[in-house]
Design a protein around this ligand. Structure first.
Ligand code: ZN
Length: 210
């Protein structure tokens, strides 16, 4: 499946806070950097997402007295996993890793900047109403197929891929170029949800060595 002009790679949240030593480190998150750098060379079109929260964001456990990271709370739009403070706007942890080597990336889409709403997806915030504008961008650019990779597979990569599929794009999740957090069965649930959404799971070798 050699990427062509209507194919887009979305690299999700390759930020210091999700990498080893970061505030919300994904286990072995740094293992995705080399495969993503290789993959990105095969794509003419690449978009990066960047988790980008104001201090005091509703997804932070520290914003909910008595709660701990990974607890669940009910917010106005539904159930929300609470996280350690991470990817606060303007901090080092929110920066995209300098080891990512994709100088030809065309767009960085920031998400999670509304104080009261989380946004795992690069397309739609967790209230499932508020759009980031990415769907319109993809349509206007004429993309047909979307390939997703990055961190974390069971949250931001999965939700981005599912929203791409539900927007009508032929969508692939590149598994060996993604890593999961896997809290409370989240990885198994994500796999089921991805399959139900019609997202196809592939490995980077199918793109790089077809
Ligand atoms: Zn976040």
């Amino acid at each position: 499946m050699k990427p062509g002009d209507q194919d887009l790679l979305i690299v999700v949240d390759l930020q210091y806070d999700f990498l080893p030593g970061g505030a919300l480190a994904v286990p072995h998150g740094d293992a995705v950097i080399a495969p993503i750098n290789r993959l990105a060379r095969a794509f003419r079109h690449v978009v990066l997402t960047q988790d980008w929260h104001p201090a005091g964001h509703a997804s932070f456990a520290s914003s909910h007295p008595g709660k701990q990271p990974f607890d669940l709370v009910d917010l106005h739009y539904g159930s929300q996993v609470l996280w350690p403070d991470h990817c606060v706007q303007g901090t080092k942890g929110a920066e995209i890793s300098g080891e990512l080597n994709i100088p030809h990336a065309q767009l960085v889409i920031r998400k999670g900047y509304n104080e009261g709403i989380d946004s795992y997806s690069g397309f739609k915030e967790a209230d499932r109403q508020t759009s980031t504008g990415l769907e319109g961008y993809l349509r206007e650019r004429g993309f047909q197929r979307v390939f997703c990779a990055g961190l974390a597979l069971d949250f931001c990569v999965a939700w981005t891929a599912m929203d791409a599929a539900s927007a009508g794009f032929e969508t692939y999740l590149i598994e060996d170029a993604s890593r999961a957090i896997d809290t409370n069965g989240s990885l198994e649930k994500a796999r089921q949800d991805l399959e139900a959404a019609g997202v196809r799971t592939i490995n980077s070798a199918q793109i790089i060595n077809p």
